[in-house]
Design a protein around this ligand. Sequence first.
Ligand code: OGA
Ligand code: MN
Length: 298
Amino acid sequence: MTVVVSPLTPGFGAEIAGIDLRRPLDEGYFEIIEDALNRFSVLVFVEQALTDQQQIDFSKLFGPLETSVTAIRRDTKSRLRPDLAEVSNLDEDSEILGADDRRRMYNLGNQLWHTDSSFKKVPARASLLYARAVPPYGGCTEFADMRAAYDALTDDVKRKLEGLVAEHSIFCSRAKTGFTDFSKEEREQLPPVPQVVVRTHPGSKRRTLYLASHADHIIGWPLEEGRKLLAALITHSTQRQFVYTHRWRVNDLVMWDDRCTMHRGRPFDDLKYKRDVQRSTVSDEITTVEREGVRLVA
Ligand code: OGA
Ligand code: MN
């Protein structure tokens, strides 16, 4: 088999064919995939029939995996092992979640633009989402190219963003969907963290915006002013020309670079159809503040 990398747009998104992720990669294939990820940010591996362990083994080639936050939530008996995040609309018996289920409310946050785990001090490097069942329509995932969005800013705005740090929290994005039912213990486990607003993408040395609905405000700025800036930047970055929409097929594995993209799930008839998707998440190495060498204001 020969691996074929087919761009889905000129610079963002590529389909990878001719590779079987159930087996150890052939010599040189890891480098081809890593190069494609650095260049195209989102990779679609088609027709992969993977076990959980095969998804994990492939993911681990890129670094240590995160433990899903599912593990620290009080509502969950998860179907999945702790290194897989439950992104489906299913309960522990693989039945569709009821309308009032807390897990359904929590997962609604995935429909806001975000990058994974920016609410953790050391956020995600990359995510791999695997589809076992997909609804007949709806339930796409959209991805935004944050390097292209950065490039399109004026020099004035780029200067204004240098050195800015935003405070991110999972409870901020959840509050935006109206979900605030967290216990004191849950809140204490995930305190707010600082993340730079602009960073250098290590694999390409290109500058990129680093944003998410988890971002609440800019540290050291009046709350409202910071919120206004963050909202304006998200609106800018998610314009049509920066977005690739992935329409899922069963056995797709989609991998994305969390350091230079945002994504969001799109609605579907989730009380009627099963959407069985599970995510493994590769952790980054150090905090964004350390990597950028930014000094935090007190
Ligand atoms: C995720 C996520 C969106 C979707 O897995 O991190 O945000 O479309 N998923 O399921
Ligand atoms: Mn996500």
